[in-house]
Design a protein around this ligand. Structure first.
Ligand SMILES: [Zn+2]
Length: 493
């Protein structure tokens, strides 16, 4: 041991001794940090925006920042800033459900909307499936505020549904639709409904019931443009929908199509009134593209989500002392990370900028190829120009070719005839094998890794700006977010 290290170990012992003395002298101060204080005595927020990026964990946010920096500058080390990552108050939330450390969106949405834990798959009810839990949106309505629910996935999906429905399973889409029609909320917007006439398509249409309850249901650009503050109950559906009644991924959005930001801006126009409003906006497809391990589609959907948040910031600039904006995720999806074994300390985000369609659109090309060319004549050489054009993938190694050939062969089997073996579920999950292999290879070359096709149990960042936002500093549970918002809004369960 040289003199320097000897000195260091001596100081370490002294510091440890001082720490032990301090802890024994003030034992209660340690315990005090364990409880979370959600109490609020300040001025109530009149306008509340709650933005939830489904599946949006720290890696997704961070990747979107690096990606934005790449778009803004050729300088590899330029990190872009998102509208919400510069919010003055930030914290972290744990997301576990009542029964698992890795939650799904119904339990997480219920926690965020009601402040209560429940089991996975249950929507707006307790774990026994007997008690309906009041949501902050329902409480805001009772208080006289106007209420808006916006999402780019179907409006009967788990996250938006958690704010107005109470069902033992999130899959009760028809019943969730009925709850929407009977909610009395002022604005539903974005995606459509998954089962508007029930699973057997034999029930009265939720759209008709909503109209009977005074909702103006619109699904064209012209009708959307003509909506005004005089329309007190609106269900606005995007004119063009993709799979599962969701809006298209932003990477696939044609010019002129309505965006999540457009729906948010319109919501502000419609909801603005002297009693205030509560609006929940979900970026729902960040989750879906993360499930599919498609980084380019994910970061572009986060940028579109950030555009929606910027609409709230414009409103905030006019009402800074009455507005609260919260941005968070409900859980992380995909086990995304920045850093891959093959790229070590380097990242090459400009590579994912070359991708110009989502995995979902690429899947369609594979389906057409399977139906027209088929397994017998399938050849990777047919695909190499497409991979170069649509994904910028030109530096394909022999190892990549092996993976691509295996995946192409797997994709040439009809989805219904595919046998589930452990290898294929590890390699491809439930996704189109060729598609997910292409995004894996591209993402890995960019320095992005994925560990799962499901969710993960890591803590999630929370960003807050405006009246009461200081309450969101620190490390707490997802249920605390709801309690804080309800206290700042001045509503009680
Ligand atoms: Zn998910």
């Amino acid at each position: 041991m040289n003199r320097k290290t000897k000195w260091f170990s001596l100081s370490a012992v002294i510091i440890a001794l001082i720490a032990v003395m301090l802890v024994s002298a003030f034992p209660h101060q340690q315990i005090a940090t364990a409880g979370i204080d959600n109490g609020y005595t300040g001025k109530q927020a009149k306008y509340v925006f709650f933005f939830i990026g489904d599946g949006m964990g720290m890696p997704q946010v961070n990747a979107a920042e690096i990606f934005k920096g790449t778009l803004e500058s050729d300088n590899k080390m330029h990190k872009g800033k998102l509208g919400f990552t510069v919010f003055p108050h930030q914290g972290m939330q744990t997301t576990h459900s009542n029964n698992t450390f890795i939650t799904e969106s119904a339990a997480a949405g219920t926690a965020l909307a009601t402040g209560q834990k429940t089991n996975n798959d249950i929507l707006g009810m307790d774990a026994t499936k007997t008690v309906k839990l009041k949501t902050m949106a329902e409480l805001a309505k009772e208080k006289g505020m106007k209420v808006g629910i916006v999402s780019n996935v179907s409006i009967d999906h788990a996250t938006p549904g958690a704010f107005y429905a109470h069902e033992p399973t999130r899959k009760n889409y028809y019943e969730i639709g009925l709850a929407l029609a009977n909610s009395g909320f002022n604005y539903f917007a974005g995606g459509g409904l998954l089962a508007p006439t029930g699973p057997k398509q034999d029930k009265p249409s939720v759209f008709d019931l909503a109209k009977n309850n005074g909702y103006k249901v619109v699904n064209t650009q012209e009708e959307f443009n003509n909506l005004s503050n005089q329309d007190s109950k609106v269900f606005a559906i995007a004119p063009k929908l993709a799979a599962e009644a969701a809006m298209p991924y932003d990477i696939d959005r044609g010019s002129g199509q309505v965006t999540l930001a457009d729906f948010t801006k319109k919501g502000i126009d419609l909801l603005d009134n002297s009693q205030g409003f509560f609006m929940m906006v979900e970026g729902g497809k960040i989750d879906w593209s993360s499930h599919a391990n498609d980084a380019a589609t994910t970061v572009r959907d986060i940028l579109a989500f950030d555009d929606a948040i910027n609409e709230a910031l414009k409103f905030y600039a006019k009402h800074p002392n009455e507005t609260l904006i919260i941005v968070t995720g409900d859980h992380e999806t995909g086990g995304m990370t920045i850093g891959f074994a093959g790229t070590e300390y380097e990242t090459f985000f400009s590579k994912i900028n070359k991708q110009d369609l989502s995995f979902e659109e690429f899947d369609k090309k594979i389906k057409t190829y399977r139906e027209t060319v088929g397994a017998q004549y399938a050849n990777l050489n047919d695909w190499l120009p497409i991979l170069a054009n649509e994904f910028g993938l030109t530096d394909i190694t022999d190892y990549d070719k092996t993976r691509l050939n295996d995946a192409l062969a797997a994709s040439m089997v009809e989805p219904k005839k595919r046998t589930k073996d452990p290898n294929s579920s590890l390699l491809y999950g439930n996704y189109e094998p060729f598609s997910v292999t292409v995004t894996h290879i591209l993402n890995q070359k960019a320095g992005i890794g994925w560990t799962t096709y499901a969710h993960t149990g890591v803590a999630i960042p929370v960003y807050a700006q405006g009246i009461g936002s200081e309450l969101f500093q620190g490390y707490y549970d997802n249920t605390d977010i709801a309690k804080k918002i309800m206290n700042i809004m001045g509503v009680k369960q």
